[in-house]
Design a protein around this ligand. Structure first.
Ligand code: SF4
Length: 438
C-alpha cells in the first residue's frame, strides 16, 4: 500500500513521523509524495492549540473531496488521536478510518491492514509507561540536523497543557542508545543533532541526568553541534550550565518557557516557579554563558488574568530581553485542569490587545539585540540553498540558532562558514563570508 504522511505541530511530531515511516517501510509499505497517489493518508496531529485541530479536520475534508470518491484510508495519529478519540470517531459521517496514539505506532501496519479489510473504524490510543521506540532508527530525510527524542511524555501537568494526557508519563531512553544513534548520524553525515524532550531536565537513565547525557553526546567524535529543547525553569539543572560552558560543541541557545510573568497566574498554571525565580535564573544563565541566545514561550489571556498581571509579563520580557519569543493566546484544551476549573473568561478582544502589545515589545527587543550583532563574526552552519526572496541566497544558523541570510555562493548545505553580520531585522540577520576569520 502507498502511504502519504502529513505532519503538524512540534519537532517531537516530526520525529514521530520519521519513526512511523521506519515502521511502515520495514513492513513493505511505500511512501508517496502526492496524496493523490496514496492508498493511505496519515495525519500526524497536534492538539496543543484549538486551531491546530480545526486545521487538520478541514484538511481531511478537503482531501476527501479532492479524491472524489476514490478509495483512501485516513488515519489520525499523534496527540489529536489520543485526546479527541470520542469526538473524532462519533462525529456523524466521520471521514476517519482509524486513530493511533503516540505509543501505538508499532501496531500501525496491522491496524492499516485491518481497517482496509473490515471497513470499520479502529483505534489504539493506549498510553504506555515504557514505550520509547529505542530500537527503531527513524527514517530521516537528508539534511544538516537530525532530531533525537531522548524521552517521551511529561509528568508536570501544567494546568493549560494537554501533553501529559495525550503523550502519557515520562520515560527516558538509555544513554547508550542515544549515543549510538548519534555515532550513526555522524557517520551518515549529519553535522548537528537536536535532543528532544518535553522537559529535558527530567531525563533520567541508570543514574545519568540530562547534563551527563549531553556531555556524552557532545563527546561523539565528528559531531559539530548539539542542541536541545526544552528545559523547564522550575528545575533547570545548574550542572547543565557547566557542560554548556566547557563544551564548544554544545550550542549556546536555551529555550526557557516563561508562560507568564505574574505569580498568581503562574500558580494557576501550575508552573511551580515565581516571577523572581525566573528572573534570577535568566540572570544566572546570562552570567554563566555570555552571549547566550535566550528564547521563550508566553501565553496571554490565561483565565482571570488582569491587566495588572499581564503588565508583570511585559515587565519580565523587558527585563530578560529574550532574543525571540513564541507568544500565543490562551486556548482552552479539553481534559486539562484549566478547562475543568477556570472558565476561559478573558475576552478575545483583550487577548488580541495583549498579544499585539507583547509582540510589538518583543519585536523592538529582538531588533535591538540583532542590531548589536552587526560587525561581529558568527560561525554559521548553512542549512539550505534559497530563501523566500531569492533562490540564489543561502540561509543558515549561528551557534545561538539565529537565522542568517548569506549571498549566493557563500557555501553549500552542511558547510560551516565564518560570516560577518552586516544587516539585521527583528527576525533575521544578513551577512557576508569573512574569509580571513579563524
Ligand atoms: S512541562 Fe508543562 S507545558 Fe511542557 S509539556 Fe509538560 S505539562 Fe506541557
Amino acid at each position: 500500500m502507498k502511504v502519504y504522511i502529513e505532519t503538524y505541530g512540534c519537532q517531537m511530531n516530526e520525529y514521530d513521523s520519521e519513526i512511523v515511516q521506519s515502521i511502515l517501510f520495514a513492513d513493505g509499505f511505500q511512501e508517496v509524495s502526492e496524496v493523490q497517489d496514496a492508498d493511505v493518508l496519515l495525519m500526524n496531529t497536534c492538539a496543543v492549540r484549538e486551531h491546530a485541530s480545526h486545521r487538520v479536520l478541514a484538511r481531511i475534508g478537503e482531501i476527501r473531496r479532492s479524491r472524489a470518491g476514490a478509495p483512501l484510508l485516513i488515519g489520525v495519529l499523534g496527540c489529536m488521536a489520543s485526546g479527541l478519540k470520542k469526538k473524532l470517531l462519533d462525529a456523524p459521517n466521520s471521514p476517519i478510518d482509524f486513530l493511533v496514539g503516540p505509543d501505538s505506532y508499532r501496531r500501525l501496519p496491522d491496524l492499516i491492514r485491518q481497517a482496509s479489510r473490515k471497513k470499520q473504524q479502529l483505534h489504539d490510543v493506549r498510553l504506555s509507561k515504557c514505550e520509547t521506540y529505542e530500537d527503531i532508527y527513524p527514517r530521516r530525510l537528508p539534511g544538516v540536523n537530525a532530531w533525537i527524542a531522548i524521552m517521551r511524555g511529561c509528568n508536570n501537568f501544567c494546568s493549560f497543557c494537554v501533553v501529559p494526557y495525550s503523550r502519557g508519563r515520562e520515560r527516558s531512553r538509555s544513554v547508550a542508545g542515544i549515543v549510538a544513534e548519534t555515532h550513526r548520524l555522524v557517520a551518515e553525515g549529519y553535522p548537528q543533532v537536536t535532543l528532544l524532550g518535553q522537559n529535558v531536565n527530567s531525563y533520567r537513565s541508570q543514574g545519568s541526568d540530562f547534563a551527563a547525557l549531553l556531555e556524552q553526546v557532545s563527546a561523539v567524535k565528528g559531531l559539530r553541534r548539539v542542541r536541545f529543547t526544552s528545559p523547564h525553569p522550575k528545575d533547570f539543572p545548574r550542572p547543565l550550565l557547566r557542560v554548556m560552558k566547557e563544551n564548544p560543541v554544545v550550542c549556546k541557545h536555551i529555550h526557557l518557557p516563561l508562560q507568564a510573568g505574574n505569580d498568581r497566574v503562574l500558580s494557576l498554571m501550575r508552573r511551580t516557579y515565581s516571577k523572581q525565580q525566573f528572573l534570577d535564573l535568566a540572570a544566572e544563565i546570562r552570567e554563566a554563558l555570555p552571549g547566550v541566545v535566550l528564547t521563550t514561550d508566553v501565553i496571554v489571556g490565561f483565565p482571570t488574568e488582569t491587566d495588572a498581571e499581564f503588565a508583570d509579563t511585559m515587565e519580565v520580557m523587558e527585563t530578560v530581553r529574550f532574543d525571540s519569543a513564541f507568544i500565543f493566546k490562551y486556548s482552552e484544551r479539553p481534559g486539562t485542569l484549566a478547562a475543568k476549573k477556570y472558565p476561559d473568561d478573558v475576552s478575545e478582544e483583550v487577548k488580541t490587545q495583549r498579544i499585539v502589545r507583547l509582540n510589538s515589545l518583543q519585536k523592538e527587543i529582538s531588533l535591538a539585540r540583532h542590531l548589536q550583532r552587526i560587525g561581529f563574526v558568527e560561525k554559521v552552519l548553512i542549512e539550505r540553498q534559497g530563501t523566500k526572496k531569492s533562490v540564489e541566497e543561502v540561509q543558515g544558523r549561528t551557534d545561538g540558532n539565529l537565522l542568517v541570510i548569506l549571498p549566493a555562493g557563500a557555501g553549500r548545505p552542511g558547510d560551516f562558514i565564518q560570516a560577518r553580520i552586516t544587516e539585521a531585522t527583528a527576525h533575521v540577520l544578513k551577512g557576508v563570508v569573512e574569509p580571513d576569520a579563524a
